[in-house]
Write a protein that binds this ligand. Structure first.
Ligand code: AMP
Length: 281
């Protein structure tokens, strides 16, 4: 496992590579969700590269950039159990040198769901992932479905800007109580993590209603909100059902392929989760 922090060193190493190259971009504080992407890359590609970079541009003012969990040593220890060819961990000075002024904007999907709550978020994500794609030049890039909209927006960037690579979506990895794993779960006490299980339970309930044939967004939303309200420390940011192709909000009758997502604040910790569903006519 080679550790490379300089872009030019990485590019020199990259010149000598052949075969398929799997890339797993992360912000560190690695957990089993991240590691499942590494595992997937190992099974699909000849080489695997993991990046660790806390990207300031994707944090909205007031978010947790300054105290985002960082523990490179622990991350390297976790990665050493996999076949990782390079861990690339550039610093801010290299990624955003003084005078940096070029950004990537996606002008449709980015504005929905997470984009409404975090207006500059996808501009930051696309810019950093676009830069990393240019530096790493992977054949495959692995992303978690926990960030379902992120995958959609990145896929659009890859198509629109002709990146020659395949985005590989990977399933959500969860704690025993169903809570989607997240680096931000570290902020929650064990007791609160247990309570946060209600987020997944509320989505399971929504799914159960869909299976039973409920077509009304209003009815499903009511049930989900009532469940979330049982935990006093949790405040709903949004619960949303969108068309899974257009990401357009469905307001009443549910039809076709849908994405059901939720974002909450547990105290001041923002947590997200989602699932997709195909509604029979
Ligand atoms: P992050 O470090 O939070 O930027 O996440 C890096 C990658 O890991 C993204 O593609 C995330 O979607 C993915 N990821 C984060 N949490 C999970 C999870 N619980 N299950 C699967 N993938 C995840």
């Amino acid at each position: 496992m080679k550790l490379i922090s300089s872009i030019s060193d990485f590019q020199s190493w990259r010149q000598a590579c052949s075969g398929t190259i799997g890339f797993v971009p992360t912000m560190g504080a690695l957990h089993s969700g991240h590691l499942s992407l590494v595992h997937k890359s190992n099974s699909k590609c000849d080489l695997t590269i993991v990046s660790i970079y806390v990207n300031p541009a994707q944090f909205t003012p007031g978010e947790d950039l300054s105290n985002y969990p960082r523990d490179l040593e622990k991350d390297l220890e976790a990665l050493s159990k996999f076949q990782v060819d390079v861990v690339f961990f550039p610093d801010d000075k290299q990624m955003y040198p003084q005078g940096f002024s070029t950004f990537i904007l996606e002008d449709n999907f980015s504005h929905r769901l997470e984009g409404k709550s975090r207006p500059e978020h996808f501009k930051g994500v696309l810019t950093i992932v676009g830069k990393l794609f240019n530096i790493i030049r992977p054949s495959h890039a692995f992303f978690g479905e926990k960030d379902a909209q992120q995958i959609r927006v990145l896929q659009k960037m890859v198509t629109d800007l002709n990146y020659n690579l395949q985005i590989v979506p990977c399933p959500i990895v969860r704690e025993a109580n169903g809570l989607a794993m997240s680096s931000r779960n570290i902020y929650l006490s064990e007791n609160n993590r247990e309570k946060a299980g209600v987020i997944h339970r509320s989505l399971k309930k929504a799914e159960e209603m869909l299976v039973q044939g409920y077509h009304s967004v209003v009815e499903i939303r009511e049930v989900v909100i009532a469940m979330i309200k049982t935990e006093k420390q949790i405040r709903l940011d949004y619960f949303s059902i969108v068309d899974n192709i257009s990401l357009k909000e469905i307001h009443d009758n549910i039809e076709g392929d849908i994405l059901v997502s939720i974002a909450v604040f547990f105290l001041d910790v923002r947590l997200i989760d989602n699932f997709t569903f195909q509604m029979d006519k």
